[in-house]
Design a binder for this molecule. Structure first.
Ligand code: 6GU
Length: 225
């Protein structure tokens, strides 16, 4: 999968993509992530990328021209399955969206700053808008890093143990059951007997039961649909 990201703060995106699983995905040639500095497409000597809002109001708005020029240039090289705008005023990212995106070939992600982007960018270029939760971040970069991490780890071959992406929390709309490792007893706290029993069908049942209990307690909304 090829992921292009347009950003006004490319530095923020360096580190998250050079660690662990994402790095492995890049090294194996399973994911290619390229960051484009929107400032390079800014207008005039000052490389302007934002301006005050028509109609008045606080906060600068990202202009359409630099973004349009950047997107058009990228579209000469490839056509994108999705052009995604990261913004808090969108539907929240969930596992199902991550699963769908992990099957795409080419994705372009636009990250916003300031008060947002000129609505005409959204109308003309954006095919999907994603928020990562009901709170506001300074910019879309960290949100884009979250999205890319959630998607890239699902690309077949990225995670060594094929099981593990499938048994994640949320993959079946349930939270994960509790997990334990050695020692079997720590300061009087014992690991549940069943996990030491070697009875794997029973262990599976126990895990399902605990996953359900945990979901019921913490995220009952997940059980509604
Ligand atoms: Cl995608 N962007 C910003 N700036 N804030 C957010 C967000 C995105 N998702 C949640 N909060």
């Amino acid at each position: 999968m090829r992921i292009d990201i347009i950003s006004v703060a490319p530095d923020l995106l360096e580190s998250p993509f050079n660690h662990s699983i994402i790095k492995r995905a890049k090294n194996k040639g399973l994911a290619e992530i390229i960051i484009h500095d929107l400032r390079e497409y800014g207008l005039g000597n000052y490389k302007q990328i934002d301006d005050t809002q028509f109609g008045g109001g606080a906060g600068m708005v990202m202009m359409i021209e630099p973004i349009a020029n950047c997107i058009k240039k990228l579209q000469v090289e490839r056509s994108y399955d999705e052009i995604i705008y990261m913004t808090p005023d969108a539907k929240t990212l969930n596992q199902s969206t991550a699963n769908t995106l992990s099957l795409k070939e080419n994705i372009l992600i636009l990250t916003g700053h300031y008060k947002g982007i000129d609505q005409r960018v959204r109308d003309k270029y954006i095919t999907k808008e994603i928020s990562i939760g009901d709170y506001v971040l300074t910019g879309g970069e960290l949100a884009a890093a979250v999205l890319v991490d959630a998607v890239v780890r699902l690309i077949p071959g990225v995670i060594g143990d094929e099981q593990s992406a499938l048994t994640d929390s949320f993959q079946d709309n349930l939270l994960s059951p509790p997990v334990y490792t050695r020692p079997a007893e720590f300061e009087g706290m014992k690991v549940p007997e069943i996990l030491l029993s070697g009875n794997f069908p029973k262990i599976d049942d126990w895990r399902s039961e605990k996953a359900f209990e945990r979901t019921e307690q913490i995220r009952p909304d997940l059980l509604e649909d």
